[in-house]
Design a protein around this ligand. Structure first.
Ligand SMILES: [Zn+2]
Ligand SMILES: [Zn+2]
Ligand SMILES: [Zn+2]
Ligand SMILES: [Zn+2]
Ligand SMILES: [Zn+2]
Ligand SMILES: [Zn+2]
Ligand SMILES: [Zn+2]
Length: 1756
C-alpha cells in the first residue's frame, strides 16, 4: 500500500496551517465578500480534502475535530457575528420553543400509544412524555420502535385528549401563533439565510453527485493525487455470507475484516474496502462484480476519487451540523425550512428539498438517514413549513413512489416513509385531499403499478414468485398511505371536500372494478388440475384493501349526501361490471308450489365463478348504511333504490356462497388446495367483514326486495337442488333418486348448506342497518358465541374478532357485560368465562362458526344445560327486529316454497331410506321451524303497538299440503316424528316445538277472545305431567353426573399414569429402606436411645433394617442391594454449576492442571449430581444405552438431525420418565459397623493418626525415591515406624462384586469428565476428589434450597432427591476402592495437613481459603483408604466424630476471622443462658488477635461474636447433618422435621456436638491452642485479612436471580440504550439480559461472535461458559422471552415472568399490552435454576417440540 505512505506527512502540514488559521478572521473576510458562495466554496475546496479521507483507515474523531475547527467554526462565527458559544446561547435564551416534543426514536426504544385518546395508532409518545402524561392511567399499548419517527407529544391533532405531557404543557401566554422570526435582527436573519443556503446547497450537490472522478464547479481541489477508494454499496439482494465471502476473495482480507466491512455496508449503505491508486481499486472492483453477478445483479461497486469521497463525508457532517444549529432557535429552524423549500432556478419542484427527495433512491443508506433526520427535525417540526412540505411531497408523490418501487432498500430507508408524518395529521390530510387531490393520486399511482390485466380489464397476477412478492409488497405501501389519509373521518364536510372525496371514490371504484371477478375458477372434472393456480396475490390485495373498503364506507356514512352519491356511483359501477350479467345464458322459468319466476340457466359447477366481488360487497355495505338513515325509515322512496334489479344484486354473491357449499360437499376436490385456501380466507376473520359478511347482506338486501318464493326458487336453482324439490313427488325422494351414493351424499350436504343459508338470511340481524342494533351489540354477540365454545384468554378472543384499522376490536367496551374474568395461577393464563345469563343468546347456526366450532359449542352448551339440570334443547334465540328496508325478510319463513322444503325433509326423516336424508338436515329444518315460532311469539308480543300481525306461522304449519292432495301438515309430521325411535337426539327439540306451538295457540286464543277457562286446567294437567317428567329427568341427570365424574377421575389417572408410576417405584424403595424413610415410628433399635448420626454412639441399623430390595424399571425384577450382588443403578445427571458461586469473575481453571482437592469458600464452581430416582440393573441399563447409541447412529445417518440429548457425550433419557441423564450411580448397602468398647479421645486419636500419617508418608517417599532411582531426600523422615496394628503392606480385599466395581468406575469417571471438562481417564488421581466434591456440593446446594424454600431440613425432600443423596453419599464412601490406595492416602494426608499443619506437606492452603464442609466430606470419605490398614480396634465412627470436631473448630475460627463489624445499637441483653458462650467466644477472639495482631479489629461484644458464629456455622451444621444422615442411615430427630425453634439444639445433639460449640475448643484447650497457632501462622491468613479483595463471609447468602423492574418498558428502555460493545456504539439488534449476573449482551449477531473451543459462538453461549459453567438463563428483551441455554447445542424458550392485565404473556411483544412482573413466575424460574433443573427443563421442552432441536442455539 504505497499510497498510505505518502499521506503520512499530510497531518503535519495541516498542523502548521491549523496554527495560522483563525475562524474569526475568516468569518470577517466573508462578511465583506461580494460573492459569498464562491468564497465559502473556495474555503471548502481547499480544506475538505485535507481533513477527510487521507488514507485507508479513517480516523473519524480526528476528522470531526478538524472539521469543527476549520470548517464549522468560521460558519458559526459568520452566522452569530460574535463568539459562537456566546451567540448561540443568546439565541437559545430568546427562543420560545414550540410544544412539540419531537424526540426521534432510536431502534428498539419503547413507544406508547393510548388506545383511548390517540387519533390513530401511529400517534406515539416517548417514554419520558408518556410517564408525564394522563395516558399512563388509560388503556395503552407499548411497542418498540423500528427507528425513525418521533414523539407526538404536544401535537393537538394527534390526541383526542391530553395532548401535552407535564413537560410540554404550553405556557399561558401562548406564543405558538407568533412568528419566531420576530425575535431576530434583520442582519442576523440575512446572515443565517446566507449560510444556510450555501451549506444546504453544497450538501445537496455533493450527496446527489454521481460522478466518481470529478467535483462540482468551484470545489476542484488545488492538488490532485492518484488516490482512490473502492466503494462497496449495500443492496438487499445479497446475503451477509455472500458479501463476506466475496470480500475475502476480492481484497484479500481476513474473515474478521470482511465481517466488519459487511456490517458497515449494511449499516451505512456503503464502505470503502480498498484505498490506493486507480488501478489497484479497479482491480478489486472487477473481482467483486465478477463474483456476485452469477445469479443476481452484481453488488454495486464504484471506484471514487478520494476528494469526492471527502466532500461527501463533509456534506453529511454539514447536514448534521445544520440539524444541531437549528436546535438553538425556532427562528433558525424556520429559516432553514424557507431555504430548503425555496424554488430553484428550474422552476416548480426544484427546491433543494425537492432535489433531495427526487434523488432519494439513488443515495446510499447513510446519506438518506442523515437527511431524513434533518427533515424531521426541521420541516416536520415547523407547523407552517410542515404544510408546505406536505404539499411538495404530494406533488412529487407519484415520482417518489415509482422510485421507491424500483429501489431495493427497505421502506424505512426511503423518503416515502415520511408520508406517515403528514398524512395522518387530519388537517393536512384534508387539505391534501381537497387541494392536491391526494386520494385520487394515491389510487391512480397504485393502479399504475399493477399493470397486468386480462381481456375484461381485470387484474391478472402471474405466478407469484419471490421477486414479484417483493415488488408487490412495495406497491402495497401505497395502500398504507391511503389508509393514513382516511384514518380520521371528517366531522364536517365542505363542498370541496365532498367533490374531491367522491372523485377519489370514483378512482377507488375503478380499482375495485379491476378486482370484481378476478381469478375465476372452473370446476375440474375427471382429472386433477395440473398446477395450483395463483391465488395469493389477489387475496393479499383483498386483505390489504379490507380496512380501506371499510373506511370508505365510514366516510360515506358521515354525510348523507356523500352516501347517496356514493351509492349511486357504486350501483352504476356494478351495473357496468355485469352489464351482460346473463353472459348469454339462457332464460328459463322455474315453478314450485304454485309460484313461478323467470331467471337464467346457470350452474356454478359448470361455469366460471369468482370469489372476488368487491363492488357488490361495497354496495351491500352502503345499502346497510343507507338503511340506517332516517330517510330510509320515513321516505324510502327517495332513496336511489328504484334502479335496483334484485335478481342482479343477488346473483354473484349467491354463486359465491354456492361455490363454498359445493366445496364442502366435495364437488371441487380436483381443483386442489388453492381453492380450499381461498374458501378458508373468505370466511376468515381477517377477510370476512368485506367478503362473506357482505355477501350475506347482499342476499338479505336482494331477498327483501323480492317475493320470497321467487328468491328461494332461484336459490334452489343455483344450489342445483331445484330438480329435487320441484318435482311433485319430492317427498318420496328415496324412491325417485336412485343415482349413485356419492351424488346422494353430495346433494344431502348441499341441502344442509342451503338450509343453513336460509337460516342465516333470516336470522343474521346483528349488523347495524340490517337489524335494529348498535355496533356494540354486534361485538357482544360475537364474544358470546366465542365463549359458548369454551372459556378463552384475552388474546384468543382478540384473534377471533375482526380488528379495525386501528387494531381495535371494541371488545373492552363490552367484555365485562358478557364475561367473568378468572385470574391465572403460576402457569397458564387468565380466562374469560361466559356469564350464565348470556347463554340464552346462543345460536347454534351462528354465521361465523366453522363446522368444528359449531359442534364444540353445541356440545359445551348442552353439557352446561344438563349440569344445571335443565332440558338440553338449544332453541333459536330471540332476535332483534329488522330495519324497515329488511323487514320483509321474515316472510321467507312462512312462504310456500320454504314450507314445501321443510315438509319434504320431515317426510324423508319419517321414512329414512338409503341415506337420502341426514340428521343435520333435520336439525336445520327443526331450527327453521323454531325460528318461525320465536318470530311469531315476538310478533304477538309486539302486536299491541304494531299492526303487523299477518305473521302466522303456526297457522301455516298446521295446514295440510296442497300440491299432491292430502299430504300431512308439518305439524302432523312433527307429531309423528316425536315417536320415531331413530330420532332420539332430536326429541327434545321436537317436544319444544310442539309445546311452543301450543303456547302460541293459547296466546292467540287469549288475545282473540276472553281468556278461556279451560286453558288453566289444561296447563295444570300439563304441569303435573311436566313435574313428573322433570323428576325422572333429574334422577337420570344425577346418575349421569356420577358417571361423568368417575370417567373424569379415570382419565385424570391415565394422564398421570407415568407420574404415578414413578411414585410407585420410589415407594417400593422407600418402604424397604429405613435410612430414606421419613417416618419415625420404627426408630432406633440399638445402642443409645437418643438419635445421633455420627460417632461411636451413633444409631445403627439392625440386620433386617439394612435389607433393601428394589425393582428394576426395565425388567421389572426385584433385586436386593448387596455388596456382592448384581449392581443396581440410579439414572443420574452430572453437571457443572455456578449456582452458589460468590465470585463469577474468577477465571476458568486450566482443566489439565487444576487441583480440585480444596474447594475455595467462594464456591465459584462445583459439580452437581441430580437424579430422577429411577432404578435399573446395571446390565439392563447398559443394554438400553447400547440400543440408544445404535439407534442414534442410524438416525444421524438417515436424517442428519440432532436429538435433545448427546449420545456421544454419554447422554440418554431415563427410560421411564425421559429425564435427561448422563451417567448412573450405583446403589450400595449401608456399611456394617459395630460399637467397640474403648475409643481414644481426640488428642490420643490425633497422636495415632499422625503416627500413621508419618509412616505412610515415609513409605510413599521410599517407593517414590526407589522409582526415581535413589535421589535421597529423606530428611528426618527416613524411618517412622507404624503404630501398633497398622500394616503398611496390607491390601484389603475389595468387598464389591464385579458389576458394582464396574459401576463405581463408571460414575466416578463420569463425574471427573463432566466436572473438569476433560477426557475420561479412570486412572487420573483426581477422580475420587471430584466424586467427594460432587457429594459435598450437591448436599450444600440442597441445604440452600431447603432454606430458600422455607422447608424443614428433613422430610421435605422429594423421594428422587432423597434417593439421589443417599446413593451419592454411599458411593462417596466406596469410591476409594476403585482408585489406587496410595493416591487416596496421599489425598488424605494433604487434607489432614490443612487441619493439623505438617511441615512435610506442601501447598496447603490457609484456612481462609478452604470450604470447611468440602473438607469434612473429603476427610471422612478418604479416610477409609488409611483406616483399612488398621487392625488395632479403632472405630471408623470415632474418626468421623473427631474429623467433625476438628473441622467445626476450624470453621468457627474461620467465621471469627471473617466476621463483619457489629452494627451499633443492635446488641440485646441475652439471658444468662448464653452468657457462657459469649464470654468464651470473646476469649477465643482475643486469642486470635494475639496471633494476628492488627490483622483483626477489636471487638468487645461477645453477644455479637456469638451471633456471628451461630448464624455463620448453621449452614455447615445442617449440611453435615444431611451428610452423616445419608452416610450412616440414622433417622433424624422430630425437631428437624419441622421448621421453628429448637433447631440448634437438635442439630448439635444429632451431630453429637455440645450446643455450646466453644466447648470443642476449651475441652481440648492445649491441643487446640497449638492448632490455632498453626492456622494463624500460615502467611496467607494475614495477607488475606489485609488484602483489598473482599473476604468470603459466613453465612454465605443464597444467590438469587437479578431484580427485575416491575414495568417491562423499563427493561425495553434499558435495552434501547444498550450498544453493542464490539461495533463502536451501534445499537444491538437482540439485546439479551443475563438473569444470573445482570449483564446485557448483544446476542444473535455477527459482531459479537467469539471463538469458544474452536467454534464461533454467539454472545449468550460465550457468556454462559463464563457465568454459568455452560448453563444460562437470559431474557431476550425485544422478544419478551426467557431463553435457557445449556452447552452449545441445547436451548429452549420459556415463558417470561411478565404478564399483562389479562394474565397473559406476550412473547414476541406482538400485542403491546402493558406488561408487569409476576413475582410468582419469576420465583419459579429462580427455583428451576437453584434446583439445577434448567438442563432438564430444556430436555423436556425439546422432547415435546422437535423444532427446538434444530435451532442453532450456539449462535444466540
Ligand atoms: Zn416525547
Ligand atoms: Zn412531552
Ligand atoms: Zn389516553
Ligand atoms: Zn433389570
Ligand atoms: Zn426417570
Ligand atoms: Zn451472567
Ligand atoms: Zn454486537
Amino acid at each position: 500500500m504505497a499510497a498510505a505512505e505518502t499521506d503520512r506527512d499530510a497531518p503535519s502540514a495541516l498542523c502548521s496551517e491549523f496554527l495560522n488559521f483563525s475562524a474569526k478572521d475568516t468569518a470577517a473576510k466573508w462578511l465583506l465578500a461580494s460573492n459569498l458562495p464562491k468564497e465559502v466554496y473556495q474555503h471548502l475546496a481547499c480544506y475538505v480534502p485535507k481533513i477527510y479521507c487521507l488514507g485507508p483507515n479513517l480516523n473519524p474523531q480526528n476528522e470531526d475535530l478538524l472539521a469543527q475547527l476549520l470548517l464549522q467554526s468560521p460558519l458559526e462565527w459568520y452566522l452569530c457575528g460574535e463568539e459562537p458559544s456566546v451567540g448561540l446561547t443568546k439565541l437559545e435564551q430568546n427562543n420560545q420553543p414550540s410544544q412539540l416534543c419531537g424526540h426521534v426514536f432510536k431502534v428498539g426504544e419503547p413507544t406508547y400509544s393510548c388506545r383511548e385518546c390517540a387519533a390513530d395508532p401511529t400517534c406515539v409518545l416517548c417514554m419520558q412524555c408518556f410517564l408525564g402524561s394522563v395516558h399512563k392511567e388509560h388503556r395503552y399499548r407499548m411497542t418498540t420502535s423500528g427507528g425513525g419517527g418521533f414523539c407526538d407529544c404536544g401535537d393537538t391533532e394527534a390526541w383526542k385528549k391530553g395532548p401535552y405531557c407535564q413537560k410540554h404543557e404550553p405556557n399561558i401566554n401562548d406564543s405558538s401563533q407568533k412568528d419566531p422570526l420576530a425575535n431576530l435582527s434583520d442582519e442576523m436573519i440575512a446572515r443565517t439565510y446566507n449560510v444556510f443556503s450555501i451549506i444546504l446547497k453544497y450538501a445537496v450537490d455533493m450527496l446527489t453527485w454521481d460522478k466518481e472522478d470529478e467535483l462540482p464547479e468551484g470545489l476542484e481541489p488545488p492538488v490532485r493525487g492518484d488516490t482512490y477508494y473502492c466503494m462497496l454499496f449495500n443492496d438487499e439482494v445479497h446475503t451477509y455470507e455472500q458479501v463476506i465471502y466475496t470480500l475475502q476473495k476480492a481484497v484479500n482480507c481476513t474473515q474478521k475484516e470482511a465481517v466488519s466491512f459487511a456490517t458497515t455496508v449494511d449499516r451505512d449503505g456503503r464502505k470503502s474496502v480498498r484505498f490506493g491508486d486507480f488501478q489497484f481499486c479497479e482491480q478489486a472492483k472487477s473481482v467483486i462484480v465478477r463474483n456476485t453477478s452469477r445469479q443476481t445483479k452484481p453488488l454495486r461497486v464504484q471506484v471514487m476519487h478520494s476528494s469526492v469521497v471527502a466532500h461527501q463525508c463533509f456534506a453529511l457532517k454539514a447536514l448534521t451540523w445544520l440539524g444541531q444549529i437549528i436546535r438553538y432557535s425556532d427562528a433558525l429552524r424556520r429559516i432553514l425550512c424557507q431555504v430548503g423549500l425555496q424554488r430553484g432556478p428550474e422552476g416548480e419542484n426544484s427546491s433543494l428539498v425537492d432535489t433531495l427527495m427526487l434523488c432519494d433512491s439513488k443515495m446510499w443508506k447513510g446519506a438518506r438517514n442523515v437527511y431524513h433526520q434533518l427533515f424531521m427535525s426541521s420541516l416536520l417540526m415547523d407547523p407552517k413549513y410542515k404544510k408546505l412540505f406536505a404539499i411538495q411531497f404530494a406533488k412529487n408523490y407519484e415520482r417518489l413512489q415509482s422510485d421507491y418501487v424500483k429501489d431495493d432498500h427497505d421502506r424505512e430507508f426511503s423518503v416515502t416513509d415520511l408520508s406517515v408524518q403528514m398524512f395522518t395529521v387530519p388537517s393536512l390530510a384534508r387539505m391534501l385531499i381537497t387541494e392536491e387531490n391526494l386520494m385520487t393520486t394515491i389510487i391512480r399511482t397504485f393502479m399504475d403499478h399493477l399493470r397486468h390485466r386480462d381481456l375484461q380489464g381485470r387484474f391478472q397476477f402471474e405466478r407469484y414468485t419471490a421477486q414479484q412478492a417483493f415488488k408487490f409488497r412495495r406497491v402495497q405501501s401505497l395502500i398504507g398511505d391511503l389508509k393514513y389519509v382516511l384514518i380520521s373521518r371528517p366531522t364536517e364536510w365542505a363542498d370541496q371536500l365532498r367533490e374531491k372525496y367522491l372523485e377519489g371514490f370514483d378512482a377507488f371504484l375503478e380499482l375495485l372494478k379491476c378486482m370484481q371477478g378476478m381469478d375465476p375458477v372452473v370446476r375440474q372434472v375427471g382429472q386433477h388440475i395440473e398446477m395450483e393456480p395463483e391465488w395469493e396475490a389477489a387475496f393479499t390485495l383483498q386483505m390489504k384493501l379490507t380496512h380501506i373498503i371499510s373506511m370508505m364506507q365510514e366516510w360515506c356514512a358521515s354525510d348523507e349526501r356523500v352516501l347517496i352519491e356514493a351509492y349511486k356511483k357504486c350501483l352504476s359501477a356494478l351495473t357496468h361490471c355485469h352489464s351482460g350479467f346473463t353472459d348469454g345464458e339462457q332464460p328459463i322459468t322455474l315453478s314450485m308450489c304454485g309460484h313461478s319466476v323467470d331467471t337464467i340457466r346457470y350452474c356454478v359447477s359448470q361455469e366460471k365463478v369468482s370469489i372476488h366481488l368487491p363492488v357488490s360487497r361495497l354496495l351491500a355495505g352502503l345499502h346497510a348504511l343507507l338503511s340506517k338513515i332516517e330517510v330510509a325509515y320515513r321516505f324510502p322512496e327517495q332513496l336511489p333504490l328504484s334502479e335496483l334489479s334484485p335478481p342482479m344484486l343477488i346473483e354473484h354473491p349467491l354463486r359465491c356462497l354456492v361455490l363454498c357449499a359445493q366445496v364442502h360437499a366435495g364437488m371441487w376436490r380436483r381443483n386442489g388446495f388453492s381453492l380450499v385456501n381461498q374458501i378458508y380466507y373468505y370466511h376468515n376473520v381477517k377477510c370476512r367483514v368485506e367478503m362473506f359478511d357482505k355477501d350475506l347482506i347482499m342476499l338479505q338486501a336482494g331477498a327483501s326486495m323480492m317475493d320470497p318464493n321467487h328468491f328461494l326458487m332461484i336459490m334452489l336453482s343455483r344450489f342445483e337442488l331445484y330438480h329435487i324439490f320441484s318435482s311433485a313427488d319430492c317427498r318420496k325422494r328415496y324412491s325417485r333418486e336412485n343415482a349413485n351414493k356419492d351424488v346422494v351424499q353430495q346433494n344431502n350436504t348441499l341441502i344442509e348448506e342451503m338450509l343453513h343459508l336460509v337460516i342465516m338470511i333470516v336470522g343474521e340481524r346483528y349488523t347495524a342497518g340490517v337489524g335494529q342494533v348498535e355496533i356494540s351489540d354486534e361485538i357482544r354477540r360475537e364474544i358470546i358465541h366465542q365463549l359458548c365454545i369454551r372459556p378463552m384468554a384475552h388474546s384468543e378472543l382478540v384473534k377471533a374478532l375482526p380488528e379495525n384499522e386501528n387494531k381495535e376490536t371494541g371488545m373492552e367496551r363490552v367484555i365485562d357485560n358478557v364475561a367473568l374474568f378468572k385470574k391465572p395461577g403460576v402457569t397458564g393464563r387468565g380466562l374469560y368465562k361466559l356469564r350464565p345469563e348470556c347463554a340464552k343468546m346462543f345460536n347454534l347456526y351462528f354465521h361465523h362458526y366453522s363446522r368444528a366450532d359449531q359442534s364444540k359449542a353445541e356440545e359445551a352448551q348442552r353439557k352446561i344445560k344438563r349440569q344445571n339440570g335443565e332440558d338440553s334443547v338449544l332453541p333459536p334465540p330471540v332476535l332483534p327486529r329488522f330495519c324497515p328496508l329488511f323487514a320483509s325478510l321474515v316472510n321467507i319463513l312462512q312462504c310456500d316454497v320454504l314450507l314445501g322444503i321443510l315438509g319434504a325433509v320431515l317426510q324423508w326423516a319419517i321414512e329414512p331410506s338409503g341415506g337420502h336424508w341426514s340428521e343435520s338436515m333435520l336439525q336445520r329444518v327443526l331450527h327453521l321451524i323454531g325460528m318461525g315460532l320465536v318470530e311469531e311469539q315476538q310478533h304477538l308480543i309486539g302486536s299491541a303497538e304494531e299492526n303487523d300481525t299477518n305473521f302466522n306461522f303456526t297457522f301455516k304449519i298446521s295446514r295440510p299440503g296442497e300440491a299432491p292432495a292430502n299430504t300431512p301438515s308439518i305439524l302432523a309430521l312433527l307429531e309423528t316424528l316425536q315417536n320415531a325411535p331413530h330420532l332420539e337426539v332430536h326429541k327434545d327439540m321436537i317436544r319444544w316445538i310442539l309445546k311452543t306451538v301450543a303456547n302460541i295457540k293459547t296466546t292467540r286464543e287469549c288475545t282473540a277472545s276472553a281468556p278461556p277457562s279451560d286453558s288453566s286446567g289444561h296447563s295444570q294437567e300439563e304441569t303435573v305431567r311436566d313435574k313428573d317428567k322433570a323428576e325422572r329427568k333429574r334422577k337420570a341427570e344425577m346418575a349421569r353426573l356420577r358417571r361423568e365424574k368417575i370417567m373424569a377421575q379415570m382419565s385424570e389417572m391415565q394422564r398421570h399414569f407415568i407420574n404415578e408410576n414413578k411414585e410407585l417405584f420410589q415407594q417400593s424403595l422407600e418402604e424397604l429402606d429405613p435410612s430414606t424413610s421419613s417416618t419415625l415410628e420404627h426408630s432406633p433399635s440399638s445402642c443409645d436411645s437418643s438419635l445421633v448420626c455420627v460417632g461411636p454412639r451413633r444409631w445403627r441399623a439392625g440386620g433386617s433394617e439394612r435389607r433393601q430390595v428394589v425393582t428394576c424399571i426395565l425388567c421389572q425384577e426385584e433385586q436386593e442391594i448387596r455388596t456382592d450382588g448384581k449392581a443396581m443403578v440410579l439414572a443420574a445427571f452430572v453437571q457443572r454449576s455456578t449456582v452458589m458461586s460468590k465470585n463469577r469473575k474468577r477465571p476458568p481453571h486450566n482443566p489439565d492442571k487444576y487441583d480440585p482437592l480444596f474447594m475455595h469458600p467462594d464456591l465459584s464452581f462445583g459439580t452437581h449430581t441430580g437424579s430422577c430416582g429411577h432404578i435399573m440393573h446395571s446390565h439392563c441399563w447398559q443394554r438400553y444405552f447400547e440400543a440408544v447409541q445404535a439407534k442414534e447412529q442410524r438416525r444421524q445417518q438417515r436424517l442428519r438431525v440432532h436429538t435433545s440429548y448427546d449420545v456421544e457425550n454419554g447422554e440418554f433419557l431415563c427410560p421411564l420418565c425421559e429425564c435427561l441423564s448422563n451417567t448412573v450411580i450405583p446403589l450400595l448397602p449401608l456399611t456394617k459397623t459395630s460399637c467397640s468398647s474403648e475409643q481414644p479421645d481426640l488428642s490420643q486419636w490425633l497422636n495415632i493418626t499422625s503416627q500413621q500419617s508419618k509412616a505412610l508418608l515415609s513409605a510413599h517417599r521410599k517407593t517414590k525415591a526407589a522409582g526415581a532411582e535413589g535421589v535421597d531426600e529423606m530428611d528426618g523422615v527416613n524411618d517412622c515406624p507404624p503404630p501398633d496394628g497398622f500394616k503398611l503392606d496390607y491390601t484389603p480385599k475389595n468387598p464389591y462384586s464385579s458389576t458394582i466395581k464396574e459401576m463405581l468406575t463408571t460414575f466416578g469417571t463420569a463425574t471427573y469428565k463432566v466436572g473438569l471438562k476433560v477426557h475420561p481417564n479412570e486412572q487420573d488421581p483426581r477422580v475420587p476428589i471430584m466424586c467427594w466434591g460432587s457429594c459435598a456440593y450437591t448436599i450444600q446446594s440442597i441445604e440452600r434450597l431447603l432454606v430458600d424454600e422455607e422447608k424443614p431440613l428433613f422430610g421435605s425432600l422429594p423421594c428422587r432427591q432423597d434417593d439421589c443423596l443417599s446413593s451419592l453419599t454411599r458411593f462417596g464412601s466406596a469410591c476409594w476402592t476403585a482408585s489406587s490406595h496410595t493416591t487416596v492416602q496421599n489425598h488424605f494426608l494433604r487434607l489432614i495437613a490443612a487441619l493439623v499443619p505438617d511441615p512435610r506437606v506442601e501447598n496447603t492452603p490457609c484456612i481462609l481459603d478452604i470450604d470447611m464442609f468440602h473438607l469434612l466430606v473429603s476427610l471422612v470419605l478418604s479416610h477409609p483408604a488409611v483406616f483399612c490398614m488398621d487392625s488395632s480396634g479403632l472405630s471408623a465412627d470415632t474418626a468421623q466424630l473427631h474429623f467433625l470436631h476438628l473441622v467445626t473448630v476450624a470453621h468457627i475460627v474461620q467465621i471469627l476471622l471473617t466476621s463483619v463489624p457489629e452494627e451499633v445499637q443492635m446488641e440485646q441483653e441475652s439471658g444468662g443462658a448464653e452468657r457462657e458462650e459469649e464470654e468464651k467466644v470473646c476469649m477465643l477472639y482475643n486469642t486470635l488477635r494475639m496471633h494476628l495482631g492488627s490483622g483483626l479489629r477489636e471487638v468487645s461484644s461477645g453477644w455479637h461474636l456469638w451471633r456471628c458464629v451461630k448464624t455463620g456455622i448453621l449452614p455447615y451444621l445442617r449440611a453435615a447433618a444431611l451428610f452423616f444422615h445419608y452416610l450412616n442411615g440414622a433417622p433424624a430427630p422430630p425437631e428437624l422435621h419441622t421448621l421453628g425453634l429448637g433447631e440448634w439444639e437438635a442439630l448439635c445433639g444429632y451431630l453429637c456436638l455440645p450446643s455450646n460449640l466453644l466447648q470443642l475448643y476449651y475441652s481440648n484447650q492445649e491441643l487446640m491452642q497449638s492448632l490455632l497457632h498453626g492456622w494463624c501462622s500460615h502467611p496467607s491468613v494475614l495477607q488475606g485479612l489485609q488484602s483489598s479483595v473482599a473476604l468470603i463471609r459466613f453465612p454465605r447468602e443464597s444467590n438469587h436471580l437479578i431484580e427485575l423492574p416491575s414495568d417491562y418498558s423499563a427493561l425495553i428502555n434499558q435495552a434501547s440504550s444498550f450498544t453493542c460493545p464490539k461495533s463502536g456504539g451501534d445499537k444491538s439488534r437482540a439485546p439479551t439480559l443475563c438473569l444470573v449476573c445482570g449483564a446485557m449482551l448483544c446476542s444473535q449477531s455477527y459482531c459479537c461472535q467469539t471463538e469458544l473451543e474452536g467454534e464461533d459462538v454467539g454472545a449468550c453461549t460465550a457468556h454462559t461458559f463464563a457465568c454459568g459453567a455452560g448453563v444460562g438463563i437470559f431474557l431476550r428483551v425485544r422478544e419478551s422471552q426467557v431463553l435457557f441455554l445449556a452447552g452449545k447445542t441445547k436451548g429452549c424458550f420459556y415463558a417470561p415472568p411478565y404478564l399483562d392485565d389479562y394474565g397473559e404473556t406476550d412473547q414476541g411483544l406482538r400485542r403491546g399490552n402493558p406488561l408487569h412482573l409476576c413475582q410468582e413466575r419469576y420465583r419459579k424460574i429462580q427455583k428451576l435454576w437453584r434446583q439445577h433443573s434448567i438442563t432438564e427443563e430444556i430436555g423436556h421442552a425439546q422432547e415435546a417440540n422437535q423444532t427446538l432441536v434444530g435451532i442453532d442455539w450456539q449462535h444466540l
